[in-house]
Design a protein around this ligand. Sequence first.
Ligand code: UDP
Ligand code: MG
Length: 313
Amino acid sequence: MAVTIILSVVIPVYNEELNLPMLFARLYPVLDALGRRYEVIFTNDGSADRSLVLLRAQHAARPDVTRVIDFNANYGQHMAIMAAFERVRGDVVVTLDADLQNPPEEIPKLLEKIDAGHDFVGGYRIDRQDSVFRTSASKLINYVRERTTHIQMTDQGCMLRAYRREIVGAIVRSGAINTFIPALAYSFSGNPTEVGVKHEERHAGVSNYSFYRLVRLNFDLITGFSLAPLQIFTMFAMLCSAGSFLLVLILAYRRIFLGAEVEGVFTLFGILFFLISVTMVGIGLIGEYVGRTYQVVRARQRYHVREMLELTP
Ligand code: UDP
Ligand code: MG
C-alpha cells in the first residue's frame, strides 16, 4: 500500500558537487522536523562533475525519501524542474536551488502560507546577494514584464516557492517549452501570495547562468507569456511608414517645384539605415515566435531521462 506523501521538494542540480554535501546536511533535518511525510526529488541536469555520484550516495543513505532523475544532457533549470513536476507524489510541492542561495530553513514559512489556503506561494529575496549587474538587470526585466504580461510578482527569479499539487498538474499539462515556471504557476493560480525569504551567497562555485543564458531566459519569459513585443513592433512600424510617407511627399514637392537636388543625400542614407535595422529587428522578433511555434509543433520529447533512482511506491 502506498503511503500518502504530503510534501515533495524539487531541486535541479547542475555541477553542484561542492554544494550538495552541505545542502543534504541542512535540508534533511529541516524536513525531518516538519513531521510530514515527504520526498526530495533531485534532477541531475547533465552535470559534468561528481554531482551524480553524490546524489547516488544520498539515495543510498535515505532511499525512502530521496528520488533522483538523471538527464542524459543539460536541458536547463526549468526543464529539470518540469521533469520532477511530472513525477511528484506530494500534495504540496516546494522548489529550491541546490547552491544554498535559498536557505532550506525557510521552507516552513512557505508551508504556513499553503496551510493558510494559498495555492501558490512565491518567495522574494530579502537583501539579495547577487552582483550589482544581476540585481539591476532583474529590476529592468521586472519592469518590462509588468507592462507586457499579466504576471505580477515581486521577484520572478527567486526559485524558493511552494505550489499546491493542482497548480503543478496544470503546469505539467500545459506542455510548455522554454518556459518560466514561476510565471506559469502564477498564471494558473487562483490565490497566490508572497513571503520574504533570506538569500545567501552561493555556498561554492559560480552561477551557471552566463550573460547569454540570462538574456535567453528573460526573452522566453516575455515571448512565452505575451504578444506585446509583436504588437508594439507593429505600432512602431506603422509610425515609421507614416513618417516615410510624409518624407516622400516633401521630396516629391521639392522635386517638382524646386528641381533636382542632391543635398541631404546622407540624411536619406541615415533614414534608410535606420529603417533597415527596424526591419531586421522585426524579422528577428517574428523568428522568435515562429521558433517557439516550431518547437511546439515538432513535439519532440523535451528531455531524456537516462536513469531513475527511486523505490517503487
Ligand atoms: N541549474 C540546472 N541546470 C542549468 C543551470 C542551473 O539545473 O542548466 C540549477 C543549479 O544547479 C541550481 C539552480 O539551477 O540549483 C540555480 O542555478 P544558479 O545558481 O547557477 O543560478 P543563479 O542562482 O545564479 O540564478
Ligand atoms: Mg544560484
